[in-house]
Structures are given as structure tokens and as C-alpha cells.
Design a protein around this ligand. Structure first.
Ligand SMILES: [Zn+2]
Length: 123
């Protein structure tokens, strides 16, 4: 069985088995997959829900300050914070949905690779 030609972070050889028909590298070390790898890694950090979340946090903090300093009517602030609370739940739902979709995509990709492996007699 051919092994991945890549090197692990500690400098030792990767040793992951790659199929003969496949490339010389596993997914983690394939230079052709570098873009996909960094895309996966940074996707979560700069996602829309993450940005929305910090925007709402900012708004709530400002609202709290404005109530304490008397700049905003307490009742109006209470209504606004309830609305922002509902908005936060919607953002959370959206985040969960995205996460599920991502996991499904990855499972489908794995299943497809497994099927191709079986067809080639690769195990
Ligand atoms: Zn490797």
C-alpha cells in the first residue's frame, strides 16, 4: 500500500495510506487541497452568524449603558432588548442549520470516496 509522501508537524513521515490511483498525498498534505483546507478553517471565524452575533452584543451593551445613563426610556429599552433576543435565537438557528449542512456535505463526500474505493477494489 502506498503511503502519503507528506510530513507531520513533528517532522516524522505522515504514513497515511493513499490509494494507488490517487495522488501521492493524503487530504491533509496534498498541496492541491491547501486552499480547501484553509477555506474550511477560516469559514467558521468569519461566518455571517459570528459577525451578527458581535453586532447584537455591541447593540445590547450600548442599550444597557443608555438605560443606566437615562438616555433611553426603560420601556423602550425593554422592548428593544426583547426584539434583539428573538433576533439572536434566529441567528443561532441559522448557525445550527449551516453546521448540519456542512456535516452532511462532508459525510456525502466521504461516502462517495468510499464507494469509489470499493469499485476500484481499494480498501
Ligand atoms: Zn499525509
Amino acid at each position: 500500500m502506498p503511503r502519503c509522501a507528506g510530513t507531520k508537524q513533528d517532522g516524522s513521515p505522515c504514513e497515511r495510506i493513499v490509494s494507488a490511483s490517487q495522488q501521492r498525498f493524503c487530504f491533509a498534505h496534498d498541496p492541491a487541497q491547501a486552499e480547501a483546507r484553509s477555506r474550511n478553517a477560516s469559514k467558521a471565524a468569519r461566518s455571517k452568524p459570528a459577525r451578527e452575533l458581535s453586532a447584537v452584543k455591541e447593540q445590547l451593551r450600548g442599550l444597557a449603558e443608555d438605560v443606566l445613563t437615562g438616555k433611553v426610556d426603560q420601556e423602550a429599552a425593554a422592548v428593544a432588548s426583547r426584539i434583539l433576543g428573538v433576533y439572536l435565537r434566529a441567528v443561532e438557528q441559522e448557525r445550527k442549520l449551516r453546521e448540519q449542512e456542512e456535516v452532511l456535505e462532508r459525510i456525502e463526500a466521504l461516502e462517495q470516496r468510499a464507494r469509489q474505493g470499493v469499485q476500484r477494489g481499494w480498501r
